[in-house]
Design a protein around this ligand. Structure first.
Ligand code: 8DG
Ligand code: MG
Ligand code: MG
Length: 140
């Protein structure tokens, strides 16, 4: 196995509207999993903590500032089509109920919507790491 084939680390952000279990999801565009619903997130960069990565990706993708993202859960995914292997670390954070997400990267996402965590299964098709998270015991 070459270094390129080794698993990559992805970070997904569970952003909850304060005092609710509404979290932010969007349909992916222009990359693997195009058309699938995923959380804001991206690759962990060299030297970054999970929480720093979550805050950076969320700011880049939604314009929202996360005060204190916290580790929530991790899943292991091998994408059947591409063979890509990701370890995904999910971090959670709350934003004020008045927070307005912006679709800052419209080439990568069709737009952000608030969905009740327990209804995320109805956002089909789901990006594999998110589908895996919903099958774990994690609950907000
Ligand atoms: P980057 O490559 O600039 O770091 O990030 P990006 O441009 O935001 O790419 P991305 O496709 O959103 O994220 C990079 C990879 O992270 C993605 O191909 C697979 C992995 N990833 C997970 N879980 C999640 C998730 O929940 N959301 C997102 N957006 N990516 C995830 O493993
Ligand atoms: Mg992303
Ligand atoms: Mg990104």
């Amino acid at each position: 196995m070459s270094a390129e084939e080794r698993p990559l680390v992805g970070v997904g952000a569970l952003i909850f509207k304060s005092g609710t279990h509404l979290c932010l999801v969007g349909r992916r565009k222009g990359s693997h999993g195009s058309g699938e619903f995923a959380l804001p997130g991206g690759h962990l960069e060299h030297g970054e903590s999970f929480e720093e990565c979550a805050a950076r990706e969320v700011l880049e993708e939604t314009g929202l500032q996360l005060d204190t993202p916290e580790y929530a859960y991790a899943v292991n995914s091998v994408f059947p089509d591409s063979g890509k292997h990701y370890v995904t670390v999910f971090c959670r954070a709350e934003v004020p109920a008045s927070a307005q997400p912006v679709n800052c990267e419209p080439d990568k996402c069709e737009g952000w919507v608030w969905v009740e965590y327990s209804d995320l299964k109805t956002c089909q098709p789901l990006f594999l790491p998110l589908a895996k998270l919903l099958d774990t015991p994690f609950r907000p």
